[in-house]
Design a protein around this ligand. Structure first.
Ligand code: ADP
Ligand code: 5GP
Length: 189
């Protein structure tokens, strides 16, 4: 099911702010929205499936694809490489569906440079204390990784004013409703 005016949406913000949570909730309400599968050099977490959660690549394979111009954007994030493949975006947009990229802040700004019509949405945690609590509560990170993500979060928050919209993920239901209404309002344009 395609939308009338397919758009390229980019959702980013600090790790642990709730991007994955909000995007998953939003896709339940907007099933036509295509989520791209990113490539990464990090190892799969328990339960993650290659080709579904990420395309898990060796550093050599990732670099080969960078050199071949296969990425819309890519960045070093928390010690690993992550990127969006052109093929992932093109296939969804050409099917007439809006696309949503859930990527880090450096990548989002690269997308805006290459596609000025892309709509950038920054997901902000209510506070840094709450961000720490969410990262701890998710249970996926070592204490060192949590500190690295919090240090990066401070730098990322300073770039929020370069986004088209800033959304505070306080209550997840409320935030999801706001995200859905933002996406739908752009699709009507
Ligand atoms: P990100 O994708 O930005 O790294 P996640 O979606 O993985 O963040 O969310 C980080 C953690 O915070 C998860 O454990 C998630 O369940 C929790 N979380 C997400 N949104 C909220 C919210 N509004 N209130 C409380 N906890 C939340
Ligand atoms: P995680 O390792 O927790 O899955 O993701 C870590 C960070 O990488 C998150 O902030 C996520 O948004 C970012 N990320 C995931 N995919 C991409 C991508 O394709 N490009 C960029 N630039 N960042 C990504």
């Amino acid at each position: 099911m395609g939308s009338t005016n397919p758009k390229l949406f980019v959702v980013s913000g600090p790790s642990g702010a709730g991007k994955g949570t909000l995007v998953a909730m939003t896709r339940d309400r907007m099933p036509g929205l295509g989520l791209t599968v990113s490539a990464t050099t990090r190892s799969p977490r328990p339960g993650e499936v290659d080709g579904v959660d990420y395309h898990f690549l060796t550093p050599e394979e990732f670099q080969r694809r960078v050199d071949a111009g296969e990425f819309v954007e890519w960045a070093h994030v928390h010690g690993n490489c992550y990127g969006t493949l052109v093929s992932e975006v093109r296939s969804r947009l050409s099917a007439g569906a809006s696309v949503i990229l859930e990527i880090d802040v450096q990548g989002a700004l690269q997308v805006k440079e290459r596609f000025p019509e892309a709509i950038l949405i920054f997901i902000k945690p209510p506070s840094l204390e709450e961000l720490r609590a969410r990262l701890v509560g998710r249970g996926t990170e070592t204490p060192e990784s949590i500190e690295l993500r919090l240090a990066n979060a401070r730098k990322e928050l300073a770039l929020a004013d370069r986004y088209d919209k800033v959304l505070v993920n306080d209550d997840r239901e409320r935030a999801c409703e706001e995200l859905v209404s933002i996406l739908q309002s752009y699709e009507r344009i």
